[in-house]
Design a protein around this ligand. Sequence first.
Ligand code: NAD
Length: 231
Amino acid sequence: MDIQNYNRIVFFTGAGMSAESGVPTYRGRGGIWNEYKWEEYACESAFMVNPEAVLDFHELRRIEALKCNPHKGHEIISQLQNKHSNTHIVTQNIDGMHQRADSKNVIELHGSIWRMRCESEGLIIEDLDRGNYNKRHCNCGRWLRPDIIWFQDMLNEKTVQKATELIGKCDLFISIGTSAVVWPAAGYPKLAKSKGAYCLEINPETTELSSIYDKTIRSKASEGLSDIFSN
Ligand code: NAD
């Protein structure tokens, strides 16, 4: 496939993209929610009751992510971005793996474990490259929280708007490693298709949305991307 035939490209990635790097999944076999209750670690009310436990839990996610590295699929996307500047990534992943492969234009629908936020000042602090947080309190004294979308949180309106705009205008939409059952992500493949984009899915398993794609590739992310883009 020659990406120069397309004007606006969106890669839409989910947990399967990172799973291939070894980042633990949340659901399914070996998933984090089999071991932890999200009600105790991944929602605002848990943070209000026990901020230290919630931050400890997220430090573990950071430590696990740092043990993993971007795979060939991440690198292929990053290299394509160098050849075609109008290429964006909309990801549901919070682990920053695309950025670690030097990707630009990454829209993080569910936030990032590498940012902290002060709810009272609206301040966002980047906190990169180490498992433990650099600090757990804002200068105003309030607990900093991970800048991610927890259970029962609303998504960031501007982020959703940006993703919707990009996907609504793209002419090539490539979905990788997502079951796309979580909203609004679940609506994105249909949006791209309805606006006339060529839609491609890379996933070793059939998903609920597989039938709407123009082409589906039943393989791992790195293999699928290598097959499509090796020339
Ligand atoms: P999901 O768990 O619902 O689906 C993952 C999909 O990836 C499945 O369809 C599976 O068949 C596919 N898959 C597995 N291995 C693959 C591989 N090597 N290559 C390609 N595909 C592969 O994931 P989702 O759709 O992203 O939704 C889960 C939610 O959990 C999201 O909201 C996400 O924010 C969050 N989450 C994030 C991370 C992360 O940041 N790494 C990890 C787990 C979950």
